[in-house]
Design a protein around this ligand. Structure first.
Ligand code: AMP
Length: 417
């Protein structure tokens, strides 16, 4: 399926296209039509599956239809409640991105900072409010937040809210919203308390479940090299020549870094090209074609640029830099070893990235093989024993749940659309 197949307004299609998304992720494919229909939804999915866009995009589509270019005072029509400031900021940014060609406005509020700027924006009126529970209730009590006109409520990361003791706050928040709202609840796991919450506040919800993003990692052979930061380029060259690697996708955190890797490899006569946001669409396409045709053996990409690349099942993916968001690691290595094909994901971890590696290990819960026998190890300290310790518990119980949609589709209530 393509994004174009989802009947979304042109302004949203344009923003999504600019992000480099071509295909909806499984949760998006399933959830977007449900949200567009106005039905309540329980989504069992974790961060990294594309769930933010799964609710943000259809909400923007519907609000854009309703609010259009109206000059009337803005009212809060969508509320997204999420447990942490970081998640709130990310969600707010997602809304800004996908709504940038509409005139919808968004505000993100969270505690631990002065409320003044938040209150000023609320006074001007916003269409979408993203909030952590404490600050939301606080500002509501002070009379700055009116949820009477709400169309859609999203409870994001519901199991985390439970863990963090926010469940009573969530219940209070739901009671402040109109009864005819649409409610979307997302949770990585579905403990009884979350099911009860869903029963209490959702009406005849559809259910969508997608595989945890971490399960992708189980299909790929992964290796890690603990390497001195300044020696990464040498190690890359060493691996490419020693093992005669070709058709390699290398991830760099920055555009500048990607260009430098290309320069270093070319100096050693390896055909490499970079693909990143500073290059024109035409230039990117040329590079990509050359890589697909195997004229270029090594492609260096940033995460953003790689999203738009319609290639997978590559034999090798190399994380030249480790991503600071663990889910990004899973997305990257998902480029290899798909559909039962063997693939190898290699990661370079310098000392300053050790924390990132630990976070990745925590997420994937896979015992990644450390390759200690190489010419550029850390000069001092041995990360190996601790960093590669396997984690034996698996949040998903090691089971892979296939994407499935509830067949509970008898009612398709349209309420506010
Ligand atoms: P989330 O699960 O919402 O945290 O999203 C994880 C990452 O996937 C974010 O970096 C999104 O920008 C990215 N993403 C979301 N939807 C898509 C898509 N359809 N294609 C490519 N990347 C996506």
């Amino acid at each position: 399926m393509l994004f174009e197949d989802l009947a979304l307004s042109k302004s949203i299609q344009k923003a999504v296209h600019e992000e480099g998304y071509t295909n909806p992720t499984p949760i998006q494919e399933q959830a977007i039509p449900i949200v567009l229909s106005g039905r309540d939804l329980v989504g069992c999915a974790q961060t990294g599956t594309g769930k933010t866009a799964a609710f943000a995009i259809p909400i923007i589509h519907q609000l854009h239809r309703i609010v259009g270019s109206s000059k009337k005072a803005k009212k809060i029509r969508a509320l997204i409640v999420t447990p942490t400031r970081e998640l709130a900021v990310q969600i707010g940014q997602n809304f800004d991105t996908y709504a940038k060609y509409t005139n919808l406005t968004q505000l993100t509020i969270f505690g631990g900072v002065s409320q003044n700027a938040q209150v000023d924006t609320l006074k001007n009126g916003v269409d979408v409010l993203v909030a952590t529970p404490g600050r939301l209730l606080d500002l509501q009590k002070q009379g700055f937040i009116d949820l009477d006109h709400l169309h859609v409520l999203v409870l994001d990361e519901a199991d985390q809210m439970l863990d963090m003791g926010f469940i009573n706050d969530v219940k209070k928040i739901v009671k402040l919203t109109p009864k005819n709202r649409q409610t979307l609840l997302f949770s990585a796991t579905m403990p009884i308390a979350i099911r009860e919450l869903a029963e209490m506040f959702l009406q005849d919800p559809a259910t969508v479940t997608v595989s945890p993003v971490s399960s992708t990692a189980e299909k790929v052979e992964q290796r890690v090299y603990f390497v001195e930061k300044g020696e990464k380029r040498n190690l890359l060259h060493h691996l490419i020549t020693q093992d005669n690697l070709s058709n390699v996708l290398v991830f760099s955190r920055t555009k500048h870094g990607a260009d430098n890797i290309v320069k270093a490899l070319r100096k050693k006569e390896i055909a490499a090209e970079a693909i990143h946001g500073d290059k024109s669409q035409n230039a990117r396409q040329r590079v990509l074609d050359a890589f697909k045709n195997k004229e270029v053996g090594v492609l260096i990409a940033t995460d953003i640029a790689a999203r738009g690349i319609d290639i997978d099942q590559l034999p090798y993916v190399i994380n030249f830099d480790l991503p600071n968001i663990p889910e990004t690691y899973v997305h990257r290595i998902g480029r290899t070893g798909r559909a039962g094909n063997g693939g190898i994901a290699i990661s370079f971890c310098s000392k300053d990235e050790h924390g990132y590696w630990k976070d990745i290990q925590k997420l994937i819960k896979v015992d990644v093989k450390t390759i200690a026998d190489h010419p550029y190890p850390w000069h001092s300290g041995s990360p190996i024993a601790e960093a590669t310790k396997p984690k034996n518990s698996n949040r998903s119980g090691g089971k892979k749940t296939n994407s499935r949609k509830s067949d509970n589709s008898k009612k398709n209530k349209k309420r506010w659309y």
